[in-house]
Design a protein around this ligand. Sequence first.
Ligand code: ADP
Ligand code: MG
Length: 774
Amino acid sequence: QVKRDPKIQVARLKLPILGEEQRIMELINENEFLIVAGETGSGKTTQIPQFLYEAGYAGTKMIAVTEPRRVATVAMAARVGHELGLSSKEVSYLMRFEGNVTKDTKIKFMTDGVLLKEIQSDFLLSKYSVVIIDEAHERSVYTDILLGLLSRIVPLRRKRGSPLRLIIMSATLRVEDFTENTRLFKEPPPVIKIDSRQFTVTTHFNKNTYSDYLKEAYKKAVKIHTRLPEGGILIFVTGQQEVNYLVRKLKAAFPYRKDMDYSKLITKTKPVTAAEAELDSEPEDIESDDDEVEKEMKRARKARKKAKLKSKALPKINLDDYDMPEDDGQADLVGDDEDSEGHLSDSDAEEDTLTSAIKSCRQPLWVLPLYSMLNSAKQARVFAPAPVGARLCVVSTDVAETSLTIPAVRYVVDTGKKKMRVYDHATGASAWRVVWTSRASAEQRSGRAGRVGAGHAYRLYSSAVFQHDCPDHHPPDLCRRPVDDLLLTMKCMGIDKVVNFPFPTAPDRMQLRLAEKRLETLGILEKPPMKKTKKGEEEVLKVTPLGKAVSAFPLLPRYGKMLALSHQQNLLAYTIALVSALSVPEVMSGKPDSWPATGNVQLLGDPGVLLRAVGAAEFAYVKGEEDLFCAKYGLREKAIKEIRKLRKQLTSEINLSVAGVDVAVDPEMRPPTDDQARLLRQLVLSGLGDQVGKKIALEEVKQGEDKRKFKYAYHCGDLEEPVHLHSDSILRKTIPEWVVFQELYETGAEERRKMVMRNVTAIEPEWLAMLVPQ
Ligand code: ADP
Ligand code: MG
């Protein structure tokens, strides 16, 4: 028997989903699978677990709810517990490093990664009577794998006489990937669409698209607050640093003082006119014609640049300096970089208008940050009403897009940007890039303004950008990344035939095969003993013990292998720096003559040059001279920053996970000794052992029609044509007999075409024998 607070009951009854309770429960009782689609804020996450609870689904077993984001895991557990009048002992959450689950837990919110882990130890999920996969439209890698697994677990549970229900919840109506995939569900599951009270939202595009979207967001928020009637503001930016920066900036503009009484403040209450709402056609924009504005901005930029050079100090804010993923369950190890003051405070004419608007405004802005890594107490503040007289303003990453509903938002400011992990299929390297959101996301974001009444959404980019630069949807994570590590993770879970796995959207089969082959060559997967494979049956590769160790690192398996092997050799600090450098593309351009070397250090080749460059760059960074250093030595500054982050992350992960190890990022790392460099050469081989080249005799170089004369070339694996050293390779001086390389690519057009290898290390042929550990 549930005893709800009457106030809560009143709020619940306003949600249309309450009227659907009976129909939803009938569908759940009569079906093993159900898809629930409904707008953000319609009550899926908070209400459906309660329906299930009241219908007795938490009797002997638990109700599981998975979230792709940590932020929603905590907040939704708290909210559902609150609405049901139960404590966190009964409605609990669990995610990596954190949780409050007890033996009395009835409803358990968890990150999708956590449920995936649980399947590893209890494949039938026997603790649960129902699993809700929330936010399935986000198509996170773990969610996709969970859906595939659950499509098989549910029938198994039925056979055991202990049925399990699966509910898939989506904030968009686009659910064909789940309903029309017959490998996933032979019979398409029923779909129930939840209505929501959605008020009209007027969308405003900017006329121009400026690259400094933080500045635009700030200006827009100021205009809304100083000119438009009451209603909360929700601003979308890309990451934690941007959130914190904008929060500080807006707080400074409209401070809230505890000792002041704002209750008498007269706020603008008359309805907003269409002209007023169109903030962009305000006088200052019309008066100055666009060219003037452009010129003015250019002047300001120049002045800023000059000032930067003069002050000699490093620019402290770096919008390219992205923080950690929001939703992968890893601790945020970045974010200690300070943001700069003065980023928004250039004194152009428009700024003056803003300044006077700010000065004459006495109403405070109640500015709150929101992002995944924010602690739960601070997250919870966005749900509480703003103090009397103050206007709520939440600056958020895309967690507020669908995962969390912030009450009372009437104005959305959308930078149109999001942070996305982008993979380089050639190097397997990945990087966080700021990209345009999809049009679907833009609509979701705008929709956030229409929950309590008619609202306005300000997109800080032009409609042309929306039409031409924003994709319809971003493809699911699983199809955007190389599958080597995914394959390894699934194999570690005991999913042997990954090719046959019922993914909602399958990754390319060829990619899967190639990944499997690479992992076998690296000794991460192996063929099972002969007797296990029946004739005609496809061989199923198994994970080796090395593979298990490798799967713990957030790196491509080949670099994970280098790390796993290096800790037995006391080379960890070097290897961490090295694999970090190899995981970031295009670190260096030009001739590496600045890094002369002999002996093994020279034979370590281009990775050795990288290693020393990274070491020296770190030292320059500590001295505050990183930019000068990078310019002088042809290093890409952004790459160097990414490498630094990865080094930090790997270092603390290894300290956490490997007992008895305590490495640090040493800003004064010496170049490796000759002996160390020899070991490093072997480690590089261990990771790149499937990419070996052997120098070939001169007559073999001139092949077929090719009239060009080369002094030397290499023979690589199955490739028939000769392969050449990259023109920047330091090994051009020695031209060793045997090499391994990081990457192979084609250059030149038509008859000038040739195959080139990049990042090359010399190896000894006798090392090849010890490549695959026995
Ligand atoms: P959905 O999952 O369909 O997006 P939710 O169940 O998260 O919807 O939200 C339903 C309603 O409950 C929303 O209108 C929202 O305003 C309200 N709500 C959700 N969480 C909270 C909270 N922590 N505090 C106050 N209201 C909340
Ligand atoms: Mg929800």
